[in-house]
Ligand binder design. Structure first.
Ligand SMILES: C=C(O[C@@H]1C=C(C(=O)O)C=C[C@H]1O)C(=O)O
Length: 293
């Protein structure tokens, strides 16, 4: 669906003059279980939608062009003062994730000083790649940001990071190219689940119109319930959208988690600690979850 309004109807309780919420939507299957009910018009929310890769939504939010959106978890840490975290929601996995993949032409232990391509779509997984390569494997490659095209990336680099649907599709298209799953690597290295993205709202909006934000939170939860109650339809929609085999999509929807409980929060703080150690963060920010402050 192009950027524009989702088919959800205007909420009856919205103030008539309230402008629609500007909502971000990561254009990957990992967001479908959160937005399926809204897309299908099953739950009401007055929104305009901007779709894009995480890096584009990170930037749009930073520049004040979105009110509520998923952002890379590292992006939250870099701009924590300007936003609040929507409770009970994330894009996470407890180990293998299937969509955060480092494809490699030589063993990871041999990547010291070698060129490694990092997808321009990511922020969090770029840092995760550094943590795994530098702290787990003890190598320090020469990183370059590149568009998410595996052929082009590996023509000039010894390894390439892809995320989201690009990674799911590349694993199907290039079964002969070895890859590691960075969610599994993170779990083996730290024992923690990994939180890749958080939904955030502009702090200004949270303070000026808490009722609007409460509505959004309710709708997100209702939309997810709708999605999981209709898992076969959701899988069929995902298959139609991306042309992935149904069993791959089904497996993916088992792996990807949207919770943000204590274990996931500890995993996120551990990730921030490592990021700080690598100079990717000045400090580990507090997790400011809306309603808990
Ligand atoms: C698990 C994923 O989570 C994501 C990874 C992100 C990142 O690396 O910055 C940001 C948002 C999510 O899309 C994925 O995209 O595969």
């Amino acid at each position: 669906m192009p950027a524009g309004r989702l088919p959800g109807r205007k909420a009856a309780t919205a103030a008539p003059e309230a402008p629609p919420i500007r909502l971000g939507y990561i254009d990957y299957l990992n967001c479908l279980p959160v937005y399926f009910g809204i897309e299908q018009g099953a739950v009401e929310l007055d929104v305009t939608v901007q779709k894009g890769p995480p890096s584009a939504l990170n930037r749009a939010f930073r520049e004040g062009r979105l009110d509520v959106t998923p952002v890379s978890s590292i992006e939250y840490a870099r701009h924590a003062a300007d936003c609040v975290i929507i409770p009970g929601l994330s894009i996470s996995a407890d180990g293998r994730v299937a969509s955060i993949l480092l494809f490699h032409r030589r063993p990871l232990e041999e990547l010291d000083g070698r060129p490694v391509a990092l997808t321009a779509s990511s922020a969090t997984s770029v840092v995760l790649t550094r943590i795994i390569l530098e702290l787990r494997y003890g190598v320090r490659p020469a990183y370059r940001v590149a568009p998410p095209d595996l052929d082009a990336m590996l023509a000039e680099h010894d390894a390439a990071l892809l995320i989201g649907d690009d990674a799911l599709l590349a694993a199907q298209a290039y079964p002969e190219i070895p890859h590691v799953d960075l969610g599994a690597e993170w779990k083996a290295f730290t024992g923690h689940p990994m939180v890749y993205a958080l939904w955030v709202a502009r702090r200004e909006l949270a303070e000026a119109d808490p009722a609007a934000l409460r509505r959004v939170v309710r709708v997100f939860h209702a939309s997810q319930e709708y999605a999981w109650d209709r898992r076969p339809e959701m899988v069929a929609e995902a298959v139609a959208r991306r042309g992935l085999p149904p069993d791959v999509v089904d497996d993916y929807f088992d792996l990807i988690r949207h919770e943000f409980g204590p274990r996931y929060r500890r995993g996120l703080v551990a990730f921030y600690e490592y990021a700080r150690r690598l100079g990717e963060l000045d400090a580990v920010p507090p997790l400011r979850v809306w309603g808990e402050e």
